[in-house]
Design a protein around this ligand. Sequence first.
Ligand SMILES: [Ca+2]
Ligand SMILES: [Ca+2]
Length: 324
Amino acid sequence: MPRRPAARSGMALILVLVAIVLAGGLALFLQARASSLARTEQSELLRERLRLAAAEAAREALWVLAADDNLAVDHLGEDWALPRESLREDGVSTWAIVEDANRFFNWNNLAASNRAARSSRDILLDLMMFCGDFDSSVRVDALEDFVDADADGTYEDDFYRTGEKPYVPPNRELWAPAELLRVHGFSADLFRPRPRTDSDDLTGGDLSASTVLVPLPLEAPLPVNVNTAGRDVLMGVSGLQQEEVVRNVMALRQMQPFESLAAMFMAYPEVAAALEGSVGTASSCFRVRARAAAEGQHRSVMAWVERDPQTGDVRILQWMEGEG
Ligand SMILES: [Ca+2]
Ligand SMILES: [Ca+2]
C-alpha cells in the first residue's frame, strides 16, 4: 500500500521529466524552425536584391548605349561595347555587357523581303557553305517557308502535319532559338562551335558564332554592320568569291571605322551594287547580358533591345531573368 504513492509520485516525476524534455524539444524545434525560416527569408531577400542588382546593371549598360554620341557609326571600340564590372557597397558584384546583334546574320532575315541584288537566301547559303555545310539548300528552303507569311511551298503546313506531334510553321519571325530547331533539317549539331583551324580555310567558318536570332518583326532584313561583323559573316554577306574584298574591309576598318559605305562602295562598285541594303556602318539591335553575385548566389538578366537610329532611344524587345 505505501508503495503506491511513491510509485505514483515516481510516475509523476517521470511525466514531468518527459514534459520538460518534450517542452525543451519543442523549444529547440521552434527555435530551429525560426532560424531556418529566417535563413529562408534571408536567402529570399538576397535573391531579390541580386535580381534587382542584375536588372540595374543591365539598365546602366543600356544607358551607355543610349548615350552613344555617334549613331551613324558603331564599332567595338565605343563605350557601350566595353564590359562593365562593379563591386557595390553592399557586397554585391555586378557585371554587364552589351553585344551588337548587327555583327551577325539574323535568321529572321529570311522572313523579310528585300530589294537587294543579293537576297538573304543567297547570303545564308554562302554563310552556311563557308561554315562547312555543303548541303544547306533544303534547310534554307525549309526556314524560308517556316517564317514567310504565305503557306505556299514544300515545307509548309502539310509537311509538319505528320508524325506523333504534328505542328504547323508559325509563318512569322521566330522569337526564340528553340523555334529554329523545329525547322526541317535543323538540329543542335548545326550550332556546335567549330574549332578554328586555318585562317585561310574557305570552309572553316563557325555558324554558331556568326548567326543570331533577333526577336523582332522586320520590314527589311537586319543589315550587317561592316565595322563589327566577323570574317565569316562578311564572307557570307559578300559571297565566297569576294575573299579579297573582305580582307581589305577588315584591314581598313582596323585603321579607321567606316563612317559611311561610300568609300567602300567606291573601291568595289560591283560588290557594292550587290550589297546595297544588306550592310551598314551602324547597328540597331543589341543584346544586353548582366549578372549580380553575392554570398555564392547569382541572378542574371538577358534582354534584346532595339535602338532608334535617330534619337538613340532604347526599346526593350524581350527581357529574361534567370539564375546563374
Ligand atoms: Ca556609335
Ligand atoms: Ca510560310
